[in-house]
Design a binder for this molecule. Structure first.
Ligand code: NAD
Ligand code: TDX
Length: 336
């Protein structure tokens, strides 16, 4: 039996990955999650109890981490590291938990896999590369220099550097992936797409930061999961892979689609205070993953994935409604 320890597996992308594993593998999964505001038990509800175990705990807890990593003794066992503080806006308000979880937490995991000789896959973001001009013909590749802009992306960059250093200095068997912006079910409503969908479902208005010409490169969370699974099975140890699905859209384009799909005027939105240091454009060139490992995304048009995501939030009002007022109050206090 293959065992995987998935940190952050009760969050948005981690829980989608655990669900993906239930369908596409026979792995036994232990989720290690601190159950911060961003986690939800519902995201793991209904999964087979003999294959998924939730351990509530902190990746900075060296004793607990050591105990869980020591169980990964099979040749194909691995630690898959999703846990993070993940929201840029929160990192501008209070960077402290980002440094602790994203950097010290990653260090704690690395020390444990080093001691026990365990394979680790580290999940990172395209934001470590900073931003691109709107008309830059180049996209991010595995060799783009790091140039993070926010406390969040700097903390993820710091974690990536630690992972590479542990691989080089101690021979820890790692792979890394840097993915573009994810969307799909179970994403916290503080994030751009679910915030706008739930604002509209709640009778509120869409809130666009600044001019809205900022570009993000969207990928469905299921496609991120299939890419990580491909890297876990086929990836070369020590290698970094960029994950993206050629999904560049401006924020203005995304809100027009959301408004349209919910039957509203695409120009009916509020401009709100911009994010400090707001990155202009992210864009991923995933050629290495596609050509060397033969991965390709399954979701075609963004419009179709978005329509399914809107349906999902419509059907899961009980999940997000209790957090809605508090999330919006936090934004309102910042003029957003
Ligand atoms: P999320 O905020 O939805 O989930 C993070 C999870 O980590 C939560 O369940 C939380 O409880 C857990 N966690 C936080 N601190 C912890 C700690 N100290 N110990 C144990 N668990 C802890 O985040 P997400 O959007 O699902 O992102 C998951 C990973 O993917 C992150 O590493 C993020 O940097 C990366 N990533 C995200 C995106 C995106 O678009 N959301 C894109 C690329 C990469
Ligand atoms: O209400 C909003 N209005 C708005 O215009 C919000 C919440 C966001 N925005 C803009 C800011 C960004 O340009 O939308 C874009 C996307 O914002 P977020 O959802 O906050 O994502 P982003 O900052 O791009 O980071 C995301 O992708 C990379 C994830 O949150 C990170 O964890 C990941 O690393």
């Amino acid at each position: 039996m293959r065992r995987l320890l998935v940190t952050g597996g009760a969050g948005f992308i981690g829980s989608n990955f655990v669900r993906y594993l239930m369908e596409h593998s026979d792995a036994h999964v232990t989720v290690l999650d601190k159950m911060t505001y961003a986690a939800s038990r519902e995201s793991l509800a209904g999964l087979p109890a003999d294959r998924v175990e939730l351990v509530v705990g902190d990746i900075c807890d060296a004793v607990l981490v050591d105990q869980l990593v020591s169980r990964l003794s099979g040749e194909r066992d691995a630690l898959v590291h999703y846990a993070a503080e993940s929201h840029n806006d929160n990192s501008l308000h209070d960077p402290s938990p980002f440094i602790t979880t994203n950097i010290v937490g990653t260090f704690t995991l690395l020390e444990a896999v080093r001691r026990h000789g365990v394979r680790m896959h580290h999940i990172s973001t395209d934001e470590v590369y900073g931003d691109l001009e709107l008309d830059d013909p180049e996209r991010f590749t595995e060799s783009t220099p790091y140039r993070p802009s926010s406390p969040y992306s700097a903390s993820k960059a710091g974690a990536d550097h630690l992972v590479r250093a542990w691989a080089r200095s101690f021979g820890v068997p790692v792979t890394l992936s840097n993915c573009s912006n994810n969307y799909g079910p179970w994403q916290h409503i503080e994030k751009f797409i679910p915030r706008q969908i739930t604002n509209l479902l709640d009778g509120g208005r869409v809130k666009l930061y600044g001019s809205g010409r900022n570009v993000r490169d969207w990928i469905h969370a299921d496609d991120h999961s299939s890419a990580v699974w491909t890297i876990l099975n086929e990836g070369s140890i020590g290698q970094t892979y960029l994950i993206g699905a050629d999904g560049e859209l401006s924020n203005r384009q995304v809100i027009a689609l959301i408004l349209q799909q919910l039957g509203q005027d695409p120009d009916d939105f509020d401009h709100v205070t911009d994010r400090a240091g707001h990155d202009l454009r992210y864009a991923i060139d995933a050629s290495m993953l596609r050509t060397e490992l033969g991965w390709k995304p399954q979701f075609g048009a963004f419009e179709e994935g978005l329509a399914r995501t809107i349906d999902w939030y419509r059907d899961h009002r009980d999940w997000w409604a209790p957090q809605k007022a508090a999330t919006e109050a936090t934004y309102a206090a910042k003029g957003q």
